[in-house]
Design a binder for this molecule. Structure first.
Ligand SMILES: [Zn+2]
Length: 480
């Protein structure tokens, strides 16, 4: 062990989670005696300790800097655990909007996990952390502005826009002249409210990039939006209810921008409460205020709309908020955006069980569904689904199930174009199930095959969790 560690020209990548899988993202970088950790997520298909990255496999007291790319649970939800329940002593950084949303999101996560445990009758794992842990960890998280470089004992890092969700960042880390770019989750397509991912001005030696969609191609945005609005319009015209399981924050706001505009354009048939749209989340109001606050960090399109109309684009005319289902009168057609996005539990799961026996209704999946979750299972169109409160009870599933992805991850073409522009000779793939990741690796290798054997050869790695990737940089890098 010491032998390997003492070779200071060797760069080591070590995945504690999110390698050959989607979920519990956490990656360790080591170079010249410095240690950086990237992200600290949970796995949405598991609960309690089982949902954590493999923290036991690494001495977290070595970590000097921990960077969180964005607020999604698979990237941030184990952070309070790391900060309060392990020997981690480093500094933690994230962007301002990420921190603002993180607070509410994780306090909801604590609540939802607690409820889950109660229902299980005390047989499930202990809670990962409490509200108090969350509050204490919150004060110790430092924020970074986009494009400004921070130096912590020789570890320099800079946040760049990543698209994907509000506050999401790619981090370029520099240690003794070696530059590593970590994309986190990113998108390149210009959407209604976010800046798309940028190319950093300085080149990178190592690129750590997501591979969610592997070699798949996305439908163009305009046709996706059209399909979404038409499918929903058709369903409600027949008297059906539409359930859109969404992650409370992030992509849900993009869908709301689309629906609010469409409802205004079809006010005669849909407006004035004829077909109400609800955003059901106990976080709804708090979260919308964060979006209303950070319009200045969004793209030119939405800022222009804000300026021209003098009204905040996140104050929706046709959407009302529901904190829970007690206040919901379920009469006639309606459209419901409800969290969580993978129907694991909570509001969206309750509505699924209520609405899925009726064939008029529609469940429309717009996010990425992780293996092992109800959302993924539902896309197989099962005859029945198990009830969350009693798994011996099966509920008939007759509703229509459709998927239109607004997940805001790059597709193959966008990913390849970005990878080429970065031009890094070493590429480490993360955040993808084994098959799509393997296909992406092959496609990248064949794309760069003409460089094979030359000094510009591009190497692509798809390590599993807890398998190190060691790269030699034979003293080429000189400390500044
Ligand atoms: Zn994400």
């Amino acid at each position: 062990m010491t032998e390997e560690k003492l070779d200071t020209n060797s760069f080591r990548f070590f995945g504690l989670g999110g390698s050959n899988e989607v979920g519990r993202s956490c990656h360790i970088l080591q170079y010249k005696g410095k240690t950086v950790m990237l992200d600290a997520g949970v796995h949405p298909a598991h609960q309690g300790i089982a949902s954590l990255p493999f923290y036991d496999e690494f001495d977290l007291s070595q970590v000097e800097v921990l960077l969180i790319s964005h607020f999604h649970l698979d990237h941030a939800a184990s952070l309070p655990y790391v900060m309060q329940r392990t020997n981690f002593q480093g500094r933690v950084f994230m962007t301002h909007p990420t921190k603002a949303i993180y607070r509410w999101l994780l306090s909801d996560f604590v609540k939802v996990t607690n409820i889950g445990n109660d229902n299980a009758g005390g047989v499930s794992d202990e809670n990962l952390y409490t509200d108090e842990d969350l509050a204490e960890s919150f004060d110790r998280i430092e924020t970074v502005d986009y494009h400004s470089t921070i130096d912590v004992n020789g570890i320099k890092f800079t946040a760049y826009h990543a698209g994907h969700v509000l506050g999401a960042a790619m981090f370029q880390v520099e240690i003794a002249g070696l530059r590593i770019l970590f994309t986190g989750d990113y998108s390149r397509e210009l959407d209604r409210h976010l800046n798309s991912a940028e190319i950093p001005t300085l080149p990178s030696d190592i690129l750590i990039v997501e591979s969610t969609f592997g070699t798949a191609t996305h439908e163009p945005r305009t046709s996706k939006e059209k399909k979404l609005t038409q499918l929903i319009h058709t369903t409600v015209s027949k008297g059906g209810r539409v359930l859109l399981p969404v992650f409370a924050l992030g992509r849900a706001q993009e869908i709301m921008l689309i629906l609010d505009e469409y409802w205004s354009q079809h006010a005669e048939q849909l407006g004035n409460g004829q077909v109400p749209i609800f955003y059901a989340s106990n976080l709804a109001r708090k979260c919308m205020s964060v979006f209303q606050t950070y319009v200045n960090m969004m793209n030119d399109k939405i800022r222009k709309k804000f300026r021209d109309s003098q009204t905040n684009p996140f104050i929706f005319k046709n959407i009302s908020y529901l904190k829970n289902l007690d206040e919901f009168q379920d009469f006639g057609p309606s459209v419901m955006l409800a969290s969580p996005g993978m129907l694991q539990n909570g509001l969206s799961r309750d509505l699924l069980e209520k609405w899925c026996p009726d064939e008029k209704n529609l469940v429309l999946i717009t996010g990425y569904s992780v293996e092992g979750t109800m959302a993924k299972f539902l896309m197989l169109e099962p005859e029945t689904i198990p009830s969350i409160n009693n798994s011996d009870v099966s509920i008939p599933r007759r509703c229509q199930v459709e998927e239109i992805s607004f997940a805001a991850h790059v597709d193959f073409r966008e990913n390849l174009e970005f990878v080429e522009k970065i031009g890094a000779p070493n590429i480490i793939l993360v955040h993808g199930e084994s098959n799509p990741m393997g296909r992406l690796k092959s496609a990248l290798l064949s794309n760069f095959s003409s460089l094979k054997g030359t000094e510009d050869e591009v190497r692509v790695y798809n390590p599993r969790n807890c398998v190190a990737v060691d790269l030699e940089f034979k003293g080429v890098k000189i400390a500044k």
